[in-house]
Design a protein around this ligand. Structure first.
Ligand code: PLP
Ligand code: COI
Length: 338
């Protein structure tokens, strides 16, 4: 294994020892298999290529000061993968298979888990797709589930630092009754133009309002939104956003820290009332928002006057990281410790 500069890692792919796979044919899933090949051979008429029949997940494993490996909330990711499978007519994995596969891929790639001191983590990427050769639009009969891993650093440059976001009205990533609540590739394809344009203008990420009225906050690219005011953690309730496991965890931690938690529609008009705001997700962890620009209306919502993350976001970030790295007791039983 080549020497890795752990503290310089970005959010990218690195070849590891191997991946875990499971195949579905004739109505049932096979056994887990270990593969060292990074490539898959697929028919050119595979359903995932033409009709986007694909779902994925994202979670992280951490190396603690005690040397132990902790994987954060596998069961929640397994449940969301089931929901994505239901959402685009793919068969669910048998109960427990997802967790078993995650544990195997992490154990067999243990030397790629960044050391405690680096602040980096091992990103775990499960993907499940239909690949029967067919031309008609209908669910496949054959599926492949793969999990691979890659050591990663921060998703946004600078890690826990405030960065600017921009509201997009030109593109929707998902419709009110569409696939936004599932973690399917099509949503990300739909977000690419907005993402590229936001980057070109110097923003960390695009920021979506609800597709129907363009009145309510949806999410921040590949992360959920939260705002803080009056000792309250406020996060959107919407039928077109991904139910973030990080957000769910932060809602619990906010409650544990004595904050009130509100999950409800948040109108754009409410933005000036927030004292702090952030984007949250597995990759993003907490990425505090310095300001959110609404270029169509010549407005800018500023959430950090001194350019630093706010006190509540900082407290939540530290608490979440402490649990993930095993520095603090995992009172909610979120970690699978290996
Ligand atoms: N929203 C979108 C669109 C995402 O891709 C992600 C990333 O997984 C999130 C939110 C955050 O979800 P989680 O905290 O489960 O990673
Ligand atoms: C994650 O946070 O796990 C994501 O999936 C975000 C992005 C890399 C797609």
């Amino acid at each position: 294994m080549a020497e890795i500069n752990w503290s310089e890692l970005g959010f990218g792919y690195m070849k590891t020892n191997g991946n875990v796979r499971c195949e579905y044919h004739n109505g049932s899933w096979g056994a887990l298999e270990w593969h060292t090949d990074e490539y898959i051979q697929m028919h050119m008429a595979a359903t995932c290529l033409h009709y986007g029949q694909e779902a994925f997940e994202g979670m992280k494993a951490f190396r603690g000061k005690d040397g132990k490996i902790r994987i954060f909330r596998i069961e929640e990711n397994a449940k969301r993968m089931d929901s994505s499978c239901d959402g685009i007519c793919m068969p669910r994995l048998p109960e427990g298979r997802f967790k078993e596969a995650v544990i195997e891929v992490v154990k067999k790639n243990a030397e790629f888990i960044p050391p405690y001191e680096s602040g980096a983590a091992l990103y775990i990427r499960p993907v499940l797709f239909g690949y029967t050769p067919q031309i008609g639009v209908s669910p496949a009969n054959d599926y492949l589930f793969i999990i691979f891993v890659s050591p990663v650093g921060p998703y946004f440059k600078g890690g826990f630092a405030t960065t600017p976001y921009v509201i997009t009205r030109k593109y929707d990533r998902s419709a009110p009754l569409g696939t936004g609540i599932y973690k399917v590739g099509g949503n990300y394809a739909a977000s690419l133009r907005a993402h590229v344009e936001a980057h070109e203008k110097g923003y960390s990420s695009e920021f979506y309002l609800d597709a129907k009225e363009k009145k309510y906050i949806d999410e921040c690219g590949a992360a959920n939104f939260f705002g803080i005011k009056n000792n309250t953690y406020v996060t959107p309730k919407s039928t077109s956003i991904l139910p973030s496991i990080t957000n769910k965890s932060l809602m619990q931690l906010a409650e544990d820290l004595g904050l009130k938690v509100e999950r409800r529609p948040i109108a754009e008009d409410e933005l000036p009332t927030f004292e702090e705001a952030g984007a949250c997700g597995t990759a993003a962890v907490i990425s505090p928002i310095s300001r959110l620009d609404d270029l169509d209306n010549n407005k800018s919502y500023v959430f950090s006057k001194d350019g630093k993350p706010g006190p509540v976001s900082t407290m939540l970030y530290k608490k979440l990281r402490a649990i993930q790295y095993g520095d603090e007791e995992d009172i909610h039983n979120w970690n699978t410790v290996l």
